[in-house]
Design a binder for this molecule. Structure first.
Ligand SMILES: [Zn+2]
Ligand SMILES: [Zn+2]
Length: 133
């Protein structure tokens, strides 16, 4: 009888101790891994280059009524009014508010709708020199 009482008291204590030891071990491992993580070198992000202000100025500037591919701006999801200034993406002819397009294109040089790549100098077409005359 005395042995049963002893076991009833001792076993939960032993179980608690085991759990506590495992918990301390896990905590120690977690702290160790955290310290190792601080030595990792920061990963350089390959940032996509946007267009500069002079390059943005070369893009066609129109008004809302001249847009051919619909009058909804995909950047702010608002309607482009007939009298509002808009920017036209050369090639795919998608149009956006002037401010929306410039904000977007200064960060990345792709069309927000179709992801068409904008070349910095799309209109520099050099005719070949070997003309027949
Ligand atoms: Zn917009
Ligand atoms: Zn487009």
């Amino acid at each position: 009888m005395l042995l049963l009482i002893f076991l009833a008291l001792f076993l939960p204590c032993a179980g608690m101790s085991a759990v506590f030891v495992v918990y301390i071990c896990l905590l120690w491992f977690a702290t160790n891994n955290h310290h190792q993580g601080e030595f990792r070198l920061p990963v350089k992000q390959a940032a996509e280059k946007g267009l500069s202000a002079p390059e943005l100025e070369k893009l066609p500037r129109v008004t809302g009524e001249e847009l051919v591919m619909g009058t909804e701006c995909a950047v702010c999801l608002d309607e482009i009014e007939r009298e509002q200034p808009a920017r036209l993406v050369p090639g795919c002819n998608h149009g956006f508010h002037l401010q929306c397009a410039d904000t977007w294109l200064s960060k990345r040089s792709v069309c927000p709708v179709c992801r068409a790549k904008l070349e910095p100098h799309p209109f520099n077409f050099n005719p070949p020199d070997d003309s027949p005359c």
